[in-house]
Design a protein around this ligand. Structure first.
Ligand SMILES: *[C@@H]1O[C@H](CO)[C@@H](O)[C@H](O)[C@H]1NC(C)=O
Ligand SMILES: *[C@@H]1O[C@H](CO)[C@@H](O)[C@H](O)[C@H]1NC(C)=O
Ligand SMILES: *[C@@H]1O[C@H](CO)[C@@H](O)[C@H](O)[C@H]1NC(C)=O
Ligand SMILES: *[C@@H]1O[C@H](CO)[C@@H](O)[C@H](O)[C@H]1NC(C)=O
Ligand SMILES: *[C@@H]1O[C@H](CO)[C@@H](O)[C@H](O)[C@H]1NC(C)=O
Length: 349
């Protein structure tokens, strides 16, 4: 049990009942006026879809390392140190641990599963269910497709793909994935309908239904007082499962709360198989520099778009004005990572 907080070597520790000290999982803070070299702890998490199952349980792998930044913030590299599996038995229709984001909130490292709508607290190799959400306005038995998490006013915003739910050939079903959840520190949840916001956002780049823009990477910036979106897919043509994997986006959209002043910036060259799956602002950069993950899922046979998908992930660093600092670096062959956070796993897990 926690009963006191002490400061030691710059990290917060708590002393539990029997006197053992354990560091607390902290949001990484860097003084933006300190222009020395930076070394920041970084972690990413997998969503291996149906491949998350391992005989009797499900697992997701967290890979951890450090992001190094030169004094002048123009060169950077990432050094990976190791990985750890997080396992769980909780499942929905034999699906589980399809993690799609990572976020430290109130000294806890959280992740969200995009198949079962559970926000977990990751700790000591296990995933502790914290809140569970259903899709849409909360009147359906379908789980929430949780794709992104961000913090605003000390509340956790949990968002979905932000486009109309359609059939594999593009026929409209409903607007459920345009609703989001806002979760308070004690786990209470409210629903917000973001349909008008997502529609206005994509309109700023000339996309109207049945065209689509699909989101997995969204953050609120307290510095800029704006929402930032790095879409995974975008297309002016109607959705078609057989070709959606070729509509990867390379744009950064930012907008204030009115969604009436959206700014669009192109990031790097267009690679239609790649789209953004997650990002974070790099601490100490006044939300000017982003580290992001891009993924691709290319079916071995385009005639069977849901089968035998080949996964790949890249990591990239760029300024919000579009200047690329680190070009796409490919990560482990065949692995899809969908969450990234500046977190010290030795303190958080
Ligand atoms: C103290 O607590 C830690 C973690 O809760 C545990 O690993 C350890 O065995 C405990 N030690 C004693 C002496 O009870
Ligand atoms: C700047 O950052 C470096 C590395 O993190 C640290 O050693 C140094 O003490 C910091 N300087 C100031 C003035 O905070
Ligand atoms: C920035 O720092 C890196 C590493 O120290 C160096 O290689 C690079 O030339 C510097 N760039 C500029 C524009 O000063
Ligand atoms: C995670 O589990 C998988 C499947 O059992 C295994 O192949 C992999 O080596 C494990 N990774 C770690 C870091 O333990
Ligand atoms: C961590 O997990 C191990 C087994 O996986 C268990 O023995 C240990 O008690 C756990 N520690 C804490 C602090 O929960």
């Amino acid at each position: 049990m926690r009963f006191s907080i002490v400061f030691l070597f710059g990290s917060i520790l708590y002393v539990n009942g029997n006197g053992t000290k354990r560091p607390v999982c902290e949001v990484i803070q860097v003084d933006p006026d300190n222009n020395s070299d930076m070394l920041l702890p970084l972690a990413i998490i997998t969503d291996m879809d149906s491949k998350s199952k391992n005989s009797h349980s499900w697992y997701s792998t967290m890979k951890y390392g450090a992001l190094a930044f030169s004094q002048n913030r123009t060169s950077s590299f990432i050094h990976w140190l190791g990985s750890v599996n997080i396992t769980s038995n909780l499942n929905f229709n034999q699906k589980s641990m399809e993690m799609s984001d990572l976020k430290i909130y109130r000294n806890r490292l959280l992740s969200v599963d995009d198949k079962i709508g559970v926000v977990y607290w990751l700790r000591n190799g296990t995933a502790i269910p914290w809140v569970i959400a259903s899709t849409g306005d909360g009147t359906s038995s379908t789980p929430f497709k949780g794709e992104w998490m961000t913090i605003r006013n000390d509340e956790l915003y949990l968002g979905s793909s932000g486009h109309e739910v359609v059939t594999s050939s593009g026929e409209y079903i409903n607007d459920d994935e345009m609703f989001i959840r806002v979760i308070s520190p004690n786990g209470a949840m409210r629903t917000e309908d973001w349909t008008a916001r997502f529609v206005k956002l994509r309109r700023s780049v000339g996309i109207h239904f049945p065209g689509y823009m699909i989101h997995e990477a969204v953050h609120w910036s307290d510095v800029h007082k704006k929402w930032f979106f790095l879409p995974r897919y975008s297309s002016k043509a109607p959705f078609d499962a057989a070709s959606a994997y070729e509509t990867g986006a390379n744009i950064l959209l930012s907008s204030s709360d009115c969604f009436c002043d959206t700014k669009v910036v192109h990031i790097g060259k267009s690679e239609p198989h790649r789209g953004f799956s997650a990002f974070q602002f790099i601490p100490g950069t006044r939300d000017e520099i982003i580290v992001a993950l891009k993924t691709s899922e290319v079916p071995a046979d385009p005639a069977k778009p849901f089968e035998n998908k080949q996964f790949a992930t890249w990591i990239t660093i760029f300024r919000i004005d579009g200047t690329v600092i680190l070009e796409d670096v490919s990560l482990d062959e065949g692995i899809k990572y969908e969450g990234i956070e500046f977190a010290n796993v030795f303190q958080c897990l």
